[in-house]
Design a protein around this ligand. Structure first.
Ligand SMILES: [Zn+2]
Length: 226
């Protein structure tokens, strides 16, 4: 009897503990269009302070201009993806230039970091059968997003934060930009939202890491060109 009551009180203690444990959830923060001479370093500092890993989809010509920032992204444990060399629009009109532009960005990244990125995000998320098969042939994976912050359009920070809070879930991929014309709302949003989401149980990992997670839902896009 004594043993049973001891077991029961242990169990109630256990269930109390379990109900108070915050369930761990995974999300990927992604930053397009950089590196930027001002914002990239600020964002790297905020990510570091919040123990968050992210994925930077670099534009080749910006990486070429700011190689030390691309290097810093990688050295701090973030993923680097290809976002074309010149932020080329993925339209039929540009079909002849698309492969060349992506390869040119690969070369810039390779010359700085010594590897060719396996992740690719098309500018504006626009893709279609032609691009999908080209990217497959290049042995890359296309990455889209599940939450669009519209930070590039200087959306008010309160609106961005509401949008993230309403739409983030386990496996989410959030689209930000480190290259935004000043003033960018992105650093302030990150400083405010990362501690909040961490307290809700979110762990911020690279896209490569998130892809191994069962809840990964970032391989879809609502934009599609034929
Ligand atoms: Zn872009």
């Amino acid at each position: 009897m004594k043993l049973i009551s001891a077991v029961l009180s242990f169990m109630s203690l256990f269930s109390f503990t379990v109900s108070n444990v915050v369930t761990e959830k995974y999300a990927a923060l992604t930053f397009d269009d950089g590196p930027h001479p001002v914002y990239t370093a600020i964002i790297l500092k905020i990510l570091y302070e919040n123990d968050a890993r992210a994925t930077f989809f670099a534009v080749g010509e910006n990486a070429e201009r700011y190689p030390e920032l691309l290097r810093a992204e990688y050295d701090l444990g973030h993923d680097i993806g290809n976002h074309t060399y010149s932020h080329l629009k993925m339209t039929e009109k540009n079909a002849g230039k698309i492969a060349e532009d992506i390869k040119r960005a690969d070369k810039v990244i390779y010359d700085i970091l010594g590897f060719t990125p396996s992740l690719f995000r098309p500018p504006e998320g626009k893709h279609g059968e032609y691009l999908d098969s080209l990217i497959k042939k290049m042995k890359k994976t296309e990455v889209f997003w599940t939450v669009d912050t519209r930070d590039w359009a200087h959306t008010e920070k309160e609106k961005i934060e509401e949008n993230i809070k309403a739409n983030i879930k386990d496996g989410a991929v959030i689209l930000f930009h480190d290259y935004v014309s000043p003033p960018s709302p992105t650093p302030e949003v990150l400083s405010e939202i990362l501690p909040y989401l961490k307290a809700k149980g979110y762990k911020f990992v690279t896209v490569t890491e998130l892809m191994t997670h069962k809840a990964y839902i970032g391989g879809k896009s609502s934009f599609f060109i034929g």
